[in-house]
Structures are given as structure tokens and as C-alpha cells.
Ligand binder design. Structure first.
Ligand SMILES: *[C@@H]1O[C@H](CO)[C@@H](O)[C@H](O)[C@H]1NC(C)=O
Ligand SMILES: *[C@@H]1O[C@H](CO)[C@@H](O)[C@H](O)[C@H]1NC(C)=O
Ligand SMILES: *[C@@H]1O[C@H](CO)[C@@H](O)[C@H](O)[C@H]1NC(C)=O
Ligand SMILES: *[C@@H]1O[C@H](CO)[C@@H](O)[C@H](O)[C@H]1NC(C)=O
Length: 409
């Protein structure tokens, strides 16, 4: 097997290597570097974006253990145009680069629970399942020219999303259980115009920041559960016109402003609000508001005595009330500031529109008066042209009509 060892073996040779040899190679388990690893083409079970079981043909590598020098291994299959590749019972700090070199048409990569620390996403990859690793860093090939549609990074150690903003094709982003992420501004997802599912459960978020300049028009499912949110105003979700399901359970919410819920979230169907720090008084009002708008408040099992709409709440609201009052004071201020900011932004837009109309008007005026000379530049008798123009005017009936008539001619 010497001459097949390591990466000196030029990839171009892979295609004519007899199958028998590859099968023989498959019996070797990869413990030392410089080996060839073969995957088995088989039915592989995984879960889709809605957590439904899915079975598909993958080429599966089993028991691949690599140390920090991952370059020693050469990954092969009986056919190298397999588009879906999975690793099972494997362990390596990064997906060996030779995998991408050999499987150069790879579209799906499954590397769950492989102790991956650095994830590289190549240009053609459409779905990457990389949950349950130790990923702190993600590298994207080819900036915004990637094809990624679904990215699962749940249960990792991400500290920021800097490298994950340029994903224009992304539809599903699962970042659940990355407790070091903290407060993420929705603006970071601004380029993902096709995103319909965003999972930010258990990322250590204590407040919602929404600096989105344009709406995320496709977002239907937003999970913010099991964070440390204390206050929510439905207007924080104004940039998600199609939002249908919102998960807010398992936070520390004691106040939620939901009066304008239908205006701000016209498509909302359910908001999960249980397991928070609700006072019963506020919960009663909130629950009624939501239910009156036909919104389902899904609930867990409240085992304490006090519950409203079967959501746990507390009558001992002394502490909560003080915090609530302080918080509301602050919110009121920031809300006024936010209103002013929003009005200012709208004002700017109006002003720009006005400016545009003004210059169009100037142009129109110029166009109306211009034709008189250029139409008959040779005419020396000015009165005749004036006469023609005034003949046309009565037919059109109104002043600007004469211009439109002229434009059409
Ligand atoms: C972001 O990408 C760059 C270049 O690909 C890389 O050097 C850096 O480590 C990445 N950072 C994170 C936090 O993933
Ligand atoms: C990636 O593309 C964005 C715009 O699409 C650009 O602003 C950014 O500078 C690019 N980054 C790199 C590293 O080329
Ligand atoms: C004015 O006339 C020019 C040239 O005929 C044309 O390109 C332009 O669109 C016109 N402007 C308006 C506002 O209709
Ligand atoms: C006047 O019109 C004639 C044709 O009708 C043309 O040959 C001539 O160049 C025009 N003169 C000017 C000054 O435009």
C-alpha cells in the first residue's frame, strides 16, 4: 500500500483505481496518518429542517480519527461524484482539506459530533450539519458566492457571527446552544433575504437588538427561547412581516408590550410564552390581548398553583414590580428616542423623494418648453409655432395633458 499512501498520490489517478483495491483499502481503519479512507455508499438517517426524520443516500466514512495533522489522510469513494458525504463515529479538529479536493462536487456534509473546532465551508456546499462539535471558527470560501442553504451549528462554541453574514442563499440557520454568542443584532442576518427559519435558542441573549435596515421578508420561524430576555415589545419584530411562530419560553420575561401585535406581526399564529417571570396581573392582560387576536400561546405544564391560561405566574410581584418599573422608565425613554430615530429616517426618505420629484419637474418643464425651437428650427416665424401649440391644448383638456400628448407622439 506504500505507493497509495498520503497525499502524494495525485488526485487525478483516483478515477482509474480499480474498485477491488479501494474495497481492500476500506478494511483498513484509519489510525495513522498517510492512509486512504474509503466511504460506503448507503442509506443514512438524519433530520431535516423541521426535525422530521430523513433518509438519503450518503457516502459514509466510519471511525475516522485524526489528530491535529489532518493532512495525512486521503478520502476516497468508489465514485468520486458523490454529492453527499457523512462522517460517523469520527473525530478530527477540522474536516481534512483533501476531502474537498477529492469530492469536488460535494453539496451536503454531515459532521455532527466529530469534535470539529474549525469549520470550512466550500463554495458548492448547500447543507452543512455540524452540530455538537467544538466549533469556534468558521471559514467561508469565496465570500458571498457560496451556495449554502441550510447551516446547522447547534451545540458549538461560537463567539461571534462575523464570518457568517455573507450567506445570500441561506434559508435555515440553526445556532441553538452556542452560549457564548450573547446579544446578537438581527442586522447581522440582513443579507439572508431567503431566511425562513432562524434558531437562536440558548445563545445567552439578554436583550433584543434589531438594527435591520430592510425587512427579512421570508422569516417565518424565530426561536429566542431559553435566553435571558426580560422585556419584549412586539415592535422589535416589525422587520419580519411573515413571522408565524415565535418562541420566547424559558426567558426571564416579566413584561411584554403586545398592543400593536396585529399591526406589527400580521401573520403571527403562535407565541410561546411560558416559563418566564410573569406577574399574574400582567400575564392576564397579555394573554387576553394575544388570544383576542387569535394567537396561540402554547404552554408547558405549569405545576405551581398560580397559572393563567395555564402559564405559570407569580402573585409575589414586589421584586418584579420594582424591576419592572425601573425597566419601563428606561424603556419609555429609549422608545421615545427610537420613535424620533424612526421618524427622522422616514423624513430623510421623504426628503429624498421630494428632491427626486423636484428634479423631474424641472426636467419636465424643460421638456415642455424645449420642443418649440428644436421641432422647427428653420422656421423664422415664431407666431406660427405658438399657434400650433395652443391648438393642441384644448383637445387634451388640461394643462399637463399637452405634455403627455407630446411625449407619446
Ligand atoms: C473568519 O475568517 C477568517 C478568514 O477566513 C479566519 O482567519 C478567521 O479565523 C475567521 N474567524 C472566525 C471567528 O471564524
Ligand atoms: C465580502 O463581500 C462583501 C460584500 O458582498 C464586502 O463588503 C466584503 O468586504 C467582502 N469581504 C472580503 C473579505 O472580500
Ligand atoms: C425629457 O426629455 C428627454 C429627451 O427627450 C427624455 O430623455 C427625458 O426622459 C424627459 N424627461 C422627463 C421627466 O420626461
Ligand atoms: C433647415 O431645414 C433643411 C431641410 O428642411 C435642412 O437641410 C437645413 O439644414 C435646416 N437648417 C438649419 C439651420 O437647421
Amino acid at each position: 500500500m506504500q505507493r497509495f499512501g498520503g497525499q502524494r498520490w495525485p488526485p487525478v489517478l483516483h478515477h482509474w483505481v480499480p474498485l477491488a483495491l479501494l474495497v481492500f483499502g476500506a478494511k483498513l481503519s484509519l489510525e495513522a496518518a498517510g492512509e486512504i479512507v474509503i466511504c460506503n455508499y448507503e442509506k443514512f438517517h438524519l433530520f431535516d429542517s423541521m426535525y422530521r426524520p430523513r433518509t438519503d443516500n450518503f457516502c459514509v466514512f466510519n471511525d475516522v480519527y485524526l489528530g491535529s495533522d489532518v493532512k495525512g489522510a486521503d478520502f476516497l469513494a468508489s465514485s468520486l461524484d458523490y454529492k453527499r458525504v457523512a462522517f460517523a463515529n469520527s473525530k478530527f479538529p477540522l474536516v481534512p482539506p483533501s476531502l474537498f479536493k477529492n469530492f469536488d462536487d460535494i453539496r451536503e456534509l454531515y459532521v455532527r459530533r466529530c469534535s470539529v473546532e474549525m469549520l470550512k465551508i466550500t463554495r458548492l456546499l448547500e447543507k452543512v450539519y455540524a452540530g455538537g462539535n467544538r466549533i469556534t471558527s468558521v471559514q467561508l470560501d469565496g465570500n458571498a458566492s457560496n451556495s449554502l442553504r441550510e447551516l446547522y451549528l447547534d451545540g458549538n462554541r461560537l463567539q461571534g457571527l462575523a464570518n457568517l453574514t455573507n450567506l445570500p442563499e441561506l434559508e435555515v440557520l440553526v445556532l441553538e446552544n452556542n452560549p457564548l454568542l450573547g446579544n446578537v443584532d438581527f442586522a447581522q442576518f440582513g443579507r439572508m433575504e431567503r431566511l425562513w427559519k432562524l434558531d437562536l435558542e440558548r445563545i445567552g441573549m439578554s436583550r433584543i437588538s434589531n438594527g435591520l435596515k430592510r425587512p427579512l421578508a421570508e422569516l417565518r420561524r424565530l426561536d429566542l427561547s431559553n435566553n435571558a430576555l426580560t422585556y419584549v415589545h412586539v415592535r422589535m419584530f416589525r422587520t419580519f412581516p411573515k413571522l408565524e411562530h415565535l418562541w420566547l419560553h424559558g426567558n426571564k420575561l416579566y413584561f411584554m408590550e403586545a398592543e400593536q401585535v396585529r399591526t406589527v406581526m400580521p401573520s403571527i399564529r403562535s407565541i410561546v410564552i411560558d416559563d418566564n417571570h410573569w406577574g399574574c396581573g400582567h400575564l392576564a392582560t397579555l394573554g387576553k390581548q394575544l388570544r383576542d387576536h387569535g394567537i396561540i400561546i402554547r404552554h408547558g405544564n405549569c405545576r405551581t398553583e398560580r397559572a393563567i391560561h395555564r402559564v405559570c405566574c407569580s402573585d409575589v410581584t414586589d421584586v418584579v414590580d420594582t424591576r419592572y418599573l425601573i425597566e419601563m422608565g428606561i424603556r419609555q425613554e429609549t422608545r421615545v428616542q427610537q420613535d424620533v430615530r424612526e421618524l427622522r429616517a422616514e423624513n430623510d426618505i421623504l426628503r429624498r423623494d421630494l428632491e427626486r420629484f423636484r428634479s423631474q419637474l424641472v426636467e419636465l418643464m424643460a421638456n415642455i418648453t424645449r420642443p418649440v425651437e428644436p421641432l422647427q428650427p428653420n422656421e423664422s416665424e415664431a407666431p406660427e409655432t405658438d399657434g400650433q401649440e395652443s391648438d393642441e391644448q384644448p383637445e387634451s383638456g388640461y394643462a399637463t395633458g399637452s405634455f403627455e400628448d407630446y411625449e407619446e407622439e
